[in-house]
Design a protein around this ligand. Structure first.
Ligand SMILES: Cc1cc2nc3c(=O)[nH]c(=O)nc-3n(C[C@H](O)[C@H](O)[C@H](O)COP(=O)(O)OP(=O)(O)OC[C@H]3O[C@@H](n4cnc5c(N)ncnc54)[C@H](O)[C@@H]3O)c2cc1C
Length: 445
């Protein structure tokens, strides 16, 4: 309860607001990215009066263009499957290119434990996020763009949210429940001082769009490609309109070594990975090069008596498995059910929210184990030569498809993979220890 009453508010804003400016709703969602617009649409469908605020005007650029097969059932349930298909580049698998193994390997989603989710999409996030937000409005949500929430005051009945529009006019809502979907801004986690840097992981990324990058032949043209190199790994994501998103995810120590402007540094980094350079041989840079630093974090809690955190507002670890949008949307689905229960039966609220939090943390933990080790020699060896003993290869395909929340045999098969990993690491103890020390140095660098 003490936390419920924690407050933060824009200085004097509440005092300046005329009482008539106060608007009422059941649920107020801060952030209209995939998490916020999914939660908003679902709660409106359940009959609640929902308000979504987004500080930006959509369509707007956002990184995170590669979706997972497990996103598709969510699109169906939201009623946007056809719209996403119309803007998406079909993605049938994930290609891994290892400089130390001198080979390429593609994991196809059609070969996962469950063969019913054989593809996903690559999308321009500006278009994708916009259509999700429009869907939310079409379902009756009151959507306010260019409206930055900057104050939330919780009390025993709900919360008062203050926000400012682009003309600096102040607005105020009274809500019974708050969904924080503010992404990396982590509005509530930051204000409650619940946000923690991930001590086990740390990386940063440089990325841009290119035109006319070489594509894989035939059906593979839309696959995501992951290239390992000395300082981390690259993504190459082909988009439907002919552009290709390219990003270098590197240890912070490497990025700190930059002595040139960002574009030159990015081009020099690409040159360090000949396989990526080859794909971009005839390509033209068509966007600015953007950098995002030290982005691995998690909040200490995902919910309170009258709020939940969904998507990046709770945690973000790493983009290597393209899990961000899926986790954001999946957490919004679970949160919408939990909030609906909490509003109808307040006496079960804390049990319900704890269950929501347990499920999401378990999914994140499954991905984290791999993320923390994906650049180690043992995991790279296992990824590049996957045996299908005990259907472990199929399990890896399921993991890459995002199938971590349903009841499947995945956990048992992942345990087999982990055993192989630990045995391999022991067999090559000196190299494993050296890799561990390098990783620790790089993380803290
Ligand atoms: C380098 C990099 C590469 C990535 N690649 C991938 C990928 O390939 N695939 C993938 O699935 N994910 C990827 N991600 C992750 C992905 O971008 C995020 O996980 C995803 O966007 C999370 O969705 P969200 O709705 O939680 O947050 P967001 O998409 O960030 O949406 C948050 C929204 O909240 C709004 N907002 C913030 N603060 C306020 C406020 N105070 N008031 C009102 N509105 C506010 C913002 O304007 C924004 O629209 C990547 C991330 C990084 C850093």
């Amino acid at each position: 309860m003490s936390e419920l009453l924690s407050t933060f508010a824009h200085a004097d804003a509440a005092a300046q607001l005329p009482q008539s400016a106060m608007q009422e709703c059941d649920v107020l969602v801060i952030g209209g990215g995939p998490a916020g617009s999914t939660a908003g649409a679902l709660l409106a469908e359940k009959g609640w009066r929902v308000v979504v605020l987004d500080k930006d005007k959509h369509p707007r650029f956002h990184i995170g263009e590669s979706l997972l097969p497990m996103n598709l059932p969510l699109f169906e349930r939201l009623g946007v499957a056809d719209q996403v298909a119309a803007i998406g580049m079909p993605k049938f698998g994930a290609e891994f290119v290892s400089d130390t193994h001198d080979k390429t390997l593609t994991y196809y989603f059609s070969e996962a434990l469950d063969k019913n989710f054989p593809y996903a999409y690559q999308v321009r996030r500006s278009e994708f996020d916009h259509l999700l937000l429009n869907n939310c409005a079409a379902k009756g949500v009151s959507v306010h763009e260019e409206m930055r929430a900057d104050g939330v005051v919780f009390d025993a009945e709900g919360a008062t949210v203050e926000a400012q529009d682009k003309n600096k006019r102040r607005h105020c809502w009274r809500a019974r429940f708050i969904v924080d979907a503010s992404g990396r801004d982590t509005l509530l986690a930051s204000r409650f001082d619940h946000k923690r840097r991930n001590k086990r992981h740390n990386s940063a990324a440089l990325y841009a769009h290119f035109q006319d990058a070489a594509r894989l032949p035939g059906k593979d043209a839309g696959n995501v490609s992951i290239f390992w190199f000395a300082h981390g790994w690259f993504w190459v994501i082909p988009l439907a309109d002919g552009a290709t998103s390219v990003g270098a995810v590197c240890w912070p120590a490497y990025l700190k070594s930059r002595k040139t402007d960002v574009e030159t540094f990015f081009r020099d980094t690409i040159a360090l990975c000949p396989a990526v350079a080859e794909r971009l041989q005839d390509a033209t840079l068509v966007s600015e090069v953007t950098g995002t630093g030290n982005y691995s974090y998690q909040a200490t809690r995902m919910s309170g008596e009258r709020y939940v955190l969904v998507g990046d507002a709770f945690a973000f670890i790493d983009p290597v498995f393209s899990t961000g949008v899926y986790l954001a949307m999946h957490s919004a689905f679970l949160a919408a059910d939990a909030i609906d229960d909490c509003l109808r039966n307040p006496e079960i609220a804390s049990r319900r929210l704890r269950a929501f939090e347990r499920t999401m943390r378990a999914g994140l933990k499954t991905f984290s184990w791999f993320i923390y080790r994906v650049t180690t020699p043992a995991v790279r060896d296992l990824f590049m030569a996957p045996a299908n003993v005990f259907r472990v290869r199929e399990a890896m395909q399921s993991l890459l498809a995002g199938d971590v929340f349903r009841r499947t045999s995945l956990p048992a098969r992942i345990r087999v993979f982990k055993t192989a990993y630990y045995l391999k690491s022991l067999a090559r103890l000196p190299q494993s220890l050296a890799a561990y020390r390098t990783r620790q140095r790089n993380i803290n660098g």
